[in-house]
Write a protein that binds this ligand. Structure first.
Ligand code: CP
Length: 315
């Protein structure tokens, strides 16, 4: 594997899931693979899970890890080419990426959507510029449009907990007062498409995801109807793609409660975290036996380890 930016960089998804589960059973079997190699983890945005799980996965593979909060620990980076740099960005990505690439064998990056300009966000300029100028593999720690390490952890979790060959998986929009990116929802759909699942997507009108991510997913605007018979309920808030970055509603009736979960086929609840309790999901669900959010988060370590192993093998 050269870069890991989306599922398009994965040649065998089933094998990658199997490798993640194998890493969980025997975390240190490949500890020699990263010896004398360094991964740099660059965070343009906050993180708990991605930061710690990727660092831990890298250490399990014997990698040295350098983590940096870009713009706080270092200089603000200009991404656009040919601009007069008379604003608040003191360094250009052309130099920064090349320099970091000279120190690191792999670079992981987190850079969220700004939610102001859809075309700019969906062009993934930060990742494209690092790819162009760093000359080492780039790993997506959540970009403007995707969160593939999360999605792989989600696939691993569904594989571990499914009790039917072809489970019904429902991605449901959840209410939130803030505008959040579409990345997790986009990516989840993109990774569920090749899985042997029945994928249903439910959200209020105006929240349709970009068609290239929806794929085979069936869109149902009635949440109760969508939840009927679900084996897995995957909750996430996202802002509008059509009315880009806008919050069109925060209708509390979309919150996941035990009454909503009772519509499922004894379904399990999943969410990438972090989440606001009793705004998006009720305590009774999160604190009950249906919740997989901790198991899901724990699997972030194994998804990162499976991916970093592939990248190291490709060096
Ligand atoms: N799910 C996830 O990516 O969590 P963090 O934002 O804490 O990394």
């Amino acid at each position: 594997m050269k870069h890991f930016l989306s599922i398009k960089d994965v040649t065998d998804l089933n094998q990658l899931i199997t490798n993640g589960i194998a890493a969980k059973r025997d975390p240190f079997v490949n500890i020699g693979l990263g010896k004398n190699k360094t991964i740099g983890l660059l965070f343009f945005n906050s993180s708990l899970r991605t930061r710690i799980s990727t660092q831990k996965a890298a250490q399990n593979l014997g990698l040295n890890v350098i983590t940096m909060n870009v713009g706080q620990d270092g200089w603000g980076l200009e991404m656009e080419e040919g601009v007069i740099m008379n604003g608040d960005k003191a360094e250009h990505v052309k130099e920064a990426a090349a320099v970091i690439g000279s120190y690191c064998d792999i670079i992981g990056i987190r850079s969220f959507a700004g939610l102001q300009d859809r075309e700019k966000d969906y062009s993934e300029i930060v990742f494209e510029q690092f790819k162009k100028y760093a000359d080492v593999p780039i790993v997506n720690l959540e970009s403007a449009t995707r969160h593939p390490l999360q999605s792989l952890a989600d696939c691993i979790t569904i594989e571990e907990f499914k009790i039917k060959q072809r489970p019904k998986v429902v991605l449901t929009w959840l209410p939130h007062f803030k505008a959040l990116p579409q990345a997790v929802a986009n990516s989840f759909c993109e990774w569920m498409n090749p899985m042997d699942v029945e994928l249903v997507i439910t959200h209020p009108e105006g929240y349709d995801l970009a068609p290239e991510f929806v794929g085979k997913g069936q869109v149902i605007y009635d949440q109760d109807k969508a939840l009927e018979g679900a084996d897995f309920v995957y909750g996430k808030n996202w802002s509008s793609y059509q009315h880009y970055g806008q919050v069109l509603t925060s209708d509390p009736s979309w919150m996941i409660t035990e009454a909503k979960m009772a519509l499922t086929d004894n379904g399990k609840f999943m969410h990438c975290l972090p989440l606001r309790r009793n705004m998006k999901v009720a305590d009774e669900v999160l604190d009950g036996p249906r919740s997989l959010v901790i198991e899901q988060a724990a699997n972030r370590e194994w998804s990162a380890q499976a991916v970093l192993r592939e990248v190291l093998l490709g060096l």
